[in-house]
Design a protein around this ligand. Structure first.
Ligand code: ZN
Length: 271
């Protein structure tokens, strides 16, 4: 549980995640979370404008520290995506640090009455003392859908991706929609295809800036591929042994593509 009740002291010891503009301080030579006393970091970053407890790593506390200044050491700051290689536990803490920093940056004033907001001490929330309005960090659920037709997998290239790079379909959940409804709607909108038999695979926090990815494998029911203009550049059915460049296995989409490959290979063996 994230708590903001502790004022951090110069001798506070733990792992530190220093955030600046959605990036983390992670110099090239650093190969894991940085453990130190707070006082050792002050010469580098000044007194923290915002800081607090974030969680635990290997039994020791983890703190975040927000640096708002423009930095002139660009090379020392990394996007959380680059920290996927240190494993799920480190990536999740990194994701939480940048999301907490963004939450505080975007909730300084009450959206209802315009007064200053204050962080409460018992949970991660911002509260307006004037009108009582309370806000929590924003989390945007997103569905990833791997559509399977017999022994083929549907992959699409979004207009944001370079030529040759494909992934499964993705889209944000809308208000008052279930994850399954969002998956069915997104696939229909993006490629004009109907699906059923949705099977939940798993989820992954994705701090760009505050998504929660949820994954489904689904069965093709009908329809021909018709790409949504301005969203999807191209989409095709691929055989598992002839896939184009796809996301790495550290990402949920990469894991799902791998899972579908194995499922199809297993089905082939069985028949
Ligand atoms: Zn208010």
């Amino acid at each position: 549980m994230i708590s903001h009740s502790l004022p951090l002291q110069a001798d506070t010891q733990g792992y530190w995640l220093i955030v600046n503009q959605q990036r983390l301080y992670w110099p090239e030579a650093q190969h894991g979370l940085h453990f130190s006393r707070m006082a050792e970091l002050v010469p580098l970053f000044g007194e923290p404008e915002q800081s607090g407890a974030l969680g635990e790593f290997e039994g020791k506390p983890v703190y975040y520290w927000v640096v708002n200044d423009q930095r002139d050491d660009e090379e020392n700051w990394q996007n959380p995506r680059q920290l996927l290689r240190y494993g799920d536990a480190v990536f999740e803490l990194a994701a939480r640090a940048v999301q907490v920093a963004l939450f505080m940056q975007t909730h300084r004033f009450c959206g209802q009455c315009g007064s200053a907001m204050h962080l409460v001490s018992w949970e991660l929330a911002a509260l307006c003392h004037r009108c009582g309005h309370r806000c929590y960090p924003r989390i945007a659920p997103c569905v990833l859908v791997a559509v399977v037709k017999g022994e083929q997998l549907l992959l699409a290239r979004s207009s944001r991706h370079k030529a040759g790079f494909f992934s499964i379909l993705a889209g944000f959940v809308e208000s008052a929609e279930t994850l399954e409804q969002a998956a069915i709607r997104e696939v229909k909108e993006e490629v004009g295809i109907d699906i059923d038999q949705l099977e939940y695979v798993g989820s992954q926090p994705w701090p760009f800036p505050h998504s929660l990815m949820t994954g489904f494998i689904a069965r093709y029911v009908g329809g021909d591929i018709r790409c949504q203009p301005n969203e999807i550049e191209e989409a095709h059915w691929f055989e598992p042994d002839a896939l184009p460049e796809v996301p790495p296995v550290q990402t949920l989409s990469g894991q799902m593509i791998e899972q579908v490959k194995q499922q199809i290979a297993g089905n082939k063996k069985a028949t």
